[in-house]
Design a binder for this molecule. Structure first.
Ligand code: A2P
Ligand code: 11C
Length: 347
């Protein structure tokens, strides 16, 4: 079946990556409709060696569209995803708008593809730092039951979008030219700095990014008993999020056993040879599809503990690739349809 695909936010950092991945994977699209704000309507985006003309995203954009991939921010998804679903178009949404909504499955294809079976028109794509973590946690959970995870992240500026990529570039250039760097996107300078602050602060003094990792992990893994505590940090890296994981399991897993389990896990690549200085790094993960894991070692301070280092391209596995893998899974499972278009009628 040939499918009509809309990409909402096609001019953004994730949207452009979506177009690239649709082409790379020869997604069976008979038409691709790039949508963005009125500001970029009429401009061109690259696709398959040619160009597509961007259209303004409006309420009428989804007529005749089978699948819409959204990455234009939470408020755009909140407003337009229900409109798309009501017109019979299946939405795969990369924003945080629908992730914790009981009607929307939250899916990582390597972890919980079966959750797609009951979709009602909107499927949520998890947060980037959650996706790469659960791809690694799932096979360990199946083998030894995870009780608790302590995660610290080192996240690239591309997670914020194109304006943050430009800001880091501009600040580095300004500093080398002895000029005062412009601070606009983040509350403080990001060049040559680390900010323990991603997304907004909540009443409990955690950031929203940290609580996304806590809550989304439970929903994706289908297990409310897994304890997650997170510290999320923005670092001056352009592409690729890194994470330090400390994992406590019910059953003992040696580092060797964990390495063997992860070696066979879908979507995971083990890079773990300390003697040869081999471990995952953002500069190597950028542009790749896999979630890389290394520095796998036992934590001797608890009975059943493991430490590891996990890296993935936040725009690919963390966003665009996972979204498109969900779309592919929908096709494979014959789920490109909205059976009841009234489910999201009231938003
Ligand atoms: P535009 O380029 O026209 O502003 P990023 O995550 O890199 O910041 O990109 C955000 C994406 O979301 C861009 O494609 C942007 O389009 C799009 N976008 C932002 N606001 C809207 C809106 N109100 N309607 C449609 N698209 C929007
Ligand atoms: C970041 N994780 O790196 C964020 C980006 O909830 O989809 C994605 C925000 C989200 O800034």
């Amino acid at each position: 079946r040939e499918i009509v695909v809309a990409v909402a936010g096609a001019t953004g950092a994730v949207g452009r990556e979506m177009l690239k991945i649709l082409e790379e994977r020869s997604f069976p699209a008979k038409e691709i409709r790039p949508l963005a704000s009125a500001r970029s309507a009429g401009t061109a985006v690259e696709y398959a060696g040619g160009e597509l003309t961007v259209q303004e995203l409006t309420e009428d954009s989804f007529k005749g569209v089978d699948i819409a991939l959204f990455s234009a921010g939470g408020s755009v998804s909140e407003k337009f995803a229900p409109i798309a679903a009501q017109s019979g178009c299946v939405v795969v949404d990369n924003s945080s708008a629908w992730r914790m909504d009981g009607r929307a499955p939250l899916v990582v294809p390597e972890v919980n593809p079966h959750d797609l079976d009951k979709h009602m028109g909107i499927i949520a794509n998890p947060n980037c730092s959650t996706i790469q973590m659960v791809v690694v946690l799932k096979p360990l959970h199946d083998a030894a039951t995870i009780k608790r995870v302590v995660v610290s992240t080192y996240q690239a500026v591309s997670g914020t979008g194109q304006k943050a990529i430009d800001e880091l570039q501009g600040q580095v250039r300004d500093l080398f030219n002895m000029q005062e760097p412009k601070v606009d996107v983040y509350p403080h300078r990001i060049a040559f700095n680390c900010l323990p602050h991603i997304d907004v602060f909540l009443d409990n003094d955690y950031t929203k990014e940290e609580m996304k990792m806590v809550n989304e992990t439970k929903k994706i893994m289908g297990d409310d008993t897994i304890g997650v505590t997170a510290t999320t940090v923005r670092v001056p890296v352009f592409y690729g999020h890194s994470e330090s994981l400390n994992i406590e399991t019910e059953k003992k897993l040696s580092a060797k056993e964990a390495r063997a389990i992860l070696f066979n896990a879908p979507g995971v690549e083990v890079l773990d040879n300390p003697r040869e200085n081999i471990y995952p790094m953002a500069i190597n993960a950028a542009g790749e599809d896999a979630t890389f894991v290394g520095r796998i070692r036992e934590d001797d301070t608890i009975a059943n503990g493991l430490n590891m280092w996990v890296v993935a391209d936040n725009l690919r596995k963390g966003a665009a690739l996972n979204t498109i893998q969900i779309a592919e899974e929908l096709i494979n499972r014959d789920l490109v349809r909205v059976t009841d278009t009234s489910v999201f009628a009231n938003g």
